[in-house]
Design a protein around this ligand. Sequence first.
Ligand SMILES: C[S@@+](CC[C@H](N)C(=O)[O-])C[C@H]1O[C@@H](n2cnc3c(N)ncnc32)[C@H](O)[C@@H]1O
Ligand code: SF4
Length: 373
Amino acid sequence: MNTMPPAVGVYVHFPWCVRKCPYCDFNSHPLRGNLQEPEYRSALLLDLSAQLSGISSAIIDTVFFGGGTPSLFSAETFADLLAAMQPQLAVDAEITMEANPGTLEHKPLDAYRQAGINRLSIGAQSFNPQHLAKLGRIHSDGDIEQSFASARQAGFDNVNLDLMYALPGQTVAEAIADLQRAIDLGPEHLSWYQLTLEPKTEFYARPPTLPDEEVVCDIEEAGHQLLADAGYSRYEISAYARNGRVARHNVNYWSFGDYVGIGAGAHGKLSQDGHIVRTEKPKQPRLYLGDPLAIVHSPIAQDALAEEFLLNALRLVDGVDVDVFAVRTGLEITALQPQWQQMIDRGLMRADRLAATGQGLRYLDSIISKFLS
Ligand SMILES: C[S@@+](CC[C@H](N)C(=O)[O-])C[C@H]1O[C@@H](n2cnc3c(N)ncnc32)[C@H](O)[C@@H]1O
Ligand code: SF4
């Protein structure tokens, strides 16, 4: 019998940014007037305490402060939130904060480190001044380097840089130069995302000219090689880690683990009494502040479980052990047949694990659609 207490991740959302980027469909709102830090902090603390009371025996293995721009908030807010989680927090918990260059340079990062944050995720996006301008970023390439140096000075030994490629008008050489600048800084982790045009964004309404498919393929091929040569292993579609420093919080999402979602628009997923329930908080900061305890619970239908599981697990380059499927979904592995066998026969999935092959990783959408009931 497994007597280990269940492990969960905690995601905390900070919904404001200095400015809204034209490609971004995250729940982020341009800051108008003063940041309502004390009010938002109190709301988060109420929300956290209510949600943790429902899972008081769970150990919090990872915490992710995401946004929006969490680094607009002071270290005190993070210290208070972590103090409230303390009774359930694992001693070696991974505690990440997303940090935007342009909001960090004049702040002592030591205070965040002292508050208990032990991993920073810096949103670089590009090092090319023209591309940064086109993306509507508020920072320069120098600001990224300064933020990174400040992080190291403050003692952060686990730092991620977010970069995007296939930017408007970007050439292969420019995309590779961006990656090289990031690699030169020596972060433990790199997230390298293809820019996508998301509905309800400025870029979607007025699409810029993006590189064609052939250029994107060339960028990916050269980028994968460069990252591998620099010692970064690709462990998820867009995530690369050196020396095994994967993002534990995200690995929990991808392996269909449980997590609590705190803050405006935050999503959670919890296994309760044989059911899997998704939770969602009010998206608008104003509504959230008005009722921080409001929450919508939606059980995942039994016939959607296998697909939801695979949507996440197949993003991991090594997928997951076959056993994880039964543990997380409560379904028999036979629920995935005959589609799994068909994918094996076509060379798109492995037979020893629930994982896509190298070829399969390129066609994940079509693999998943085969599993749709
Ligand atoms: C939660 S977001 C934003 C984090 C932080 N506020 C920032 O902008 O630096 C996390 C990452 O998603 C990526 N991202 C956002 N919008 C995207 C899009 N439309 N296509 C691809 N990647 C995107 C960016 O690399 C971004 O850093
Ligand atoms: S700073 Fe980040 S979260 Fe905010 S609008 Fe830009 S991409 Fe979105």
